[in-house]
Design a protein around this ligand. Structure first.
Ligand code: SF4
Ligand code: SF4
Length: 353
């Protein structure tokens, strides 16, 4: 972590006189660090420690899909090890649950949204993402991580509003451009492959990336994870807006020689064959409609324990409980895969047409 930050002038250089820092890890759901779904507390502690030592006041913050409240934050910080990361680094856990609407007229898809107030009030926002494959986004790193600046139960609204992955990820790029993180770190010491962001398999990767441009950090990560950037809607959108090059060989790489770091990450099961045809040979508008039709549906497996969590977070309210089993009404499903993401029993599979 020190080597990454030193490449950008160290914590003092990144701070550039700013004193108040908000560190935003990926705490997608209450999970132990070894599950590799959340940013590892050792990485968060290292980031925080560097800024604290440089004289900054550092806070850790996130909000997952649950009411944004102090009791929920307590569980989230404890289960992910953020309480220890804060204690050992001298940072503080943020329990300020105030939210505020923010606007940015230049955004392409999402021009206003409710945001955690401390994110808007901080001097420096640092996104500390986790290197994972993702059922809807294909890859999640430092940019998708910023979906967490929206208070908990606002997230299903954004899924409902933008059901197509390309539109949804365009909204995520807008969120990133609005809250403008000043530095981005990616925890790829152990990443996640397959059915991420929560039900995939931990994957030893041995990489920490950092940079001033979160889109560039994500592009570098995809290169090292053998994920083609044109398959990642957030990167395609950022490249179309001129925020990042289309190819990792156009990036300025500092640090280790990268060839030996390249690792093959298994993509999520939601990925379908025919992707090349859909992406390159038909018009964009039709492409979105076809992908919406062709994307896989969630299917409840016999492993369902009837906890009802998927029904609670489904943006379409298209999951009902039949006794002790969840049931999906496919006709209203927008294939956002939130249900899959939040099923702790890994009881949700996918089925194509
Ligand atoms: S979250 Fe999983 S275990 Fe809980 S009801 Fe839904 S499918 Fe069943
Ligand atoms: S059933 Fe699952 S994939 Fe379909 S809309 Fe609900 S949460 Fe999204």
């Amino acid at each position: 972590m020190r080597r990454v930050m030193d490449a950008f002038g160290g914590a003092e250089g990144i701070l550039a006189g700013r004193k108040r820092v908000l560190v935003k890890p990926n705490l997608v759901m209450p999970k132990k660090p070894e599950a590799a779904a959340t940013t590892h507390p050792a990485v968060v502690a290292a980031v925080c420690r560097a800024f604290v030592k440089a004289g900054a006041e550092v806070y850790i913050i996130d909000s997952n899909i649950a009411p944004h409240s102090v009791p929920v934050l307590n569980v989230m910080y404890k289960s992910s090890g953020m309480d220890k990361a804060a204690a050992e680094s001298g940072a503080q856990l943020c329990f300020d649950v105030a939210t505020r609407k923010t606007e940015r007229a230049e955004n392409r898809t999402l021009t206003s949204f409710p945001c955690l107030a401390p994110v808007l009030d901080t001097e420096l926002l640092v996104t500390v993402g986790k290197a994972k494959t993702h059922g809807l986004a294909y890859f999640t790193g430092t940019v998708k991580n910023l979906f967490g600046v929206l208070p908990g139960m606002e997230k299903p609204n954004i899924h409902r509003k933008f059901p197509a992955a390309a539109d949804f990820m365009s909204a995520i790029v807008d969120i990133c451009e609005t809250v403008k993180p000043g530095f981005a770190v990616l925890d790829g010491v152990v990443g996640m492959e397959g059915d991420g962001p929560t039900a995939g398999t931990p994957k030893a990767f041995g990489v920490i990336l950092g940079g001033a441009n979160p889109h560039a950090v994500d592009l570098a990560a995809c290169h090292l994870m053998s994920l083609r950037p044109e398959r990642v809607p957030a990167l395609a959108e950022a490249a179309a807006r001129g925020l990042v090059p289309r190819s990792a060989d156009k990036l300025t790489w500092l640090g280790d020689e990268t060839a030996r770091l390249i690792t093959v990450f298994r993509p999520p099961k939601t990925e379908r064959v025919g992707g090349f045809f859909l992406r390159h040979l038909i018009p964009k508008r039709l492409n979105r409609r076809l992908r919406a039709v062709m994307a896989k549906y969630p299917v409840i497996s016999p492993r369902c324990g009837g906890c009802g969590e998927c029904a609670r977070i489904c943006p379409q309210k298209t999951i009902t409980m039949d006794g002790k089993k969840a049931v999906v009404d496919e006709k209203n499903c927008i294939k956002c895969y939130c249900c899959h993401e939040f099923c702790s029993m890994r009881a949700i599979d996918f089925r194509g047409r």
